[in-house]
Design a protein around this ligand. Sequence first.
Ligand SMILES: *Cc1c(COP(=O)(O)O)cnc(C)c1O
Ligand code: SF4
Length: 356
Amino acid sequence: MKTLQSLKTLDDLETSGLVTDSQRADLTAVAARYAIAITPAMAALIDPADPNDPIARQFVPDAAELVRLPEEREDPIGDGAHSPVEGIVHRYPDRVLLKAVHVCPVYCRFCFRREMVGPQGLGTLASQAMDKAFAYIADHPEIWEVILTGGDPLVLSPRRLASIMERLSAIDHVKIVRFHTRVPVVEPERVDAALIAALKASGKTTYLALHANHPRELTADARAACARLVDAGIVMVSQSVLLKGVNDDAEILATLMRAFVENRIKPYYLHHPDLAPGTSHFRLTIEEGQALVASLRGRVSGLCQPAYILDIPGGHGKAVISASTIEDKGGGCYTVSDFNGEAHAYPPESGQSRRG
Ligand SMILES: *Cc1c(COP(=O)(O)O)cnc(C)c1O
Ligand code: SF4
């Protein structure tokens, strides 16, 4: 499907053959509540004839989004509980989120911040709020890293990004600036020389965490955009969300993680889906997630292993939730499972007994 502009309305989606007339009645309620956007690059990847297309599933609205479960939360990871000033979330001592913008080039149907992003969302930080956010960072010498997220910070113009970097540059204790973005994949043409230059500042190290969930998202254009970033000295890591019907498959996950590594992007986090409203059709159980993550271990290079992460609801931060491979037997003795699931004593039983 070739389009020149992002698809943002049900009309656009219907004209493109991504939703049918009969689906529209249900989707009107979804569209009234949650933002829609599909960039040309992502629309081009969708096979409208495939009802289970993993790209469509991530971006095309679904009537299932109207299903709201009691455990789902408007602020699933508790950003609000740790926001000392507008735009800043300070949950861990050495790093803050700076949410400068609440707009994205695409709107993911499973988004954990879906109540805050989009045209009806929190918008872009006004310049006074921005001043306060920078003052907060400057006043807290323990802040070593600033993480730009949102929203997608790479929707900002190079001029605005450069101005953010310049202001951070003036704060000595900030050493790392990290951008969380989907732009290199969903709008690769945006990653040009001006944007790349704007992400760098003297004395700071720039990291870019790329959000992608299916190997098909890493098109030739996306790979070229990532290569431009890495060649420019920006360190790239990945983050993906484990999603039912998109990547809940050992082979797809292995291909995705290998594709990251092939493109000089170190797999970082694989997130268990958050309890965002209307996203239950994307959630698998933690047990299913653990089995998938365990299947990568041993089968696939260590470079390709992401950490399996749950953001604990209520603002308690992230926890690694892969199944433990070690069991404490007491007295300094353990049982450790290998990648085939076989258990081994540690220290090995053939040696001297430790208790002897
Ligand atoms: C996820 C998150 C971070 C970043 O965590 P890392 O483990 O460093 O990737 C920082 N602050 C908040 C509030 C977060 O939600
Ligand atoms: S790009 Fe990130 S913030 Fe934007 S809709 Fe997708 S998951 Fe949400």
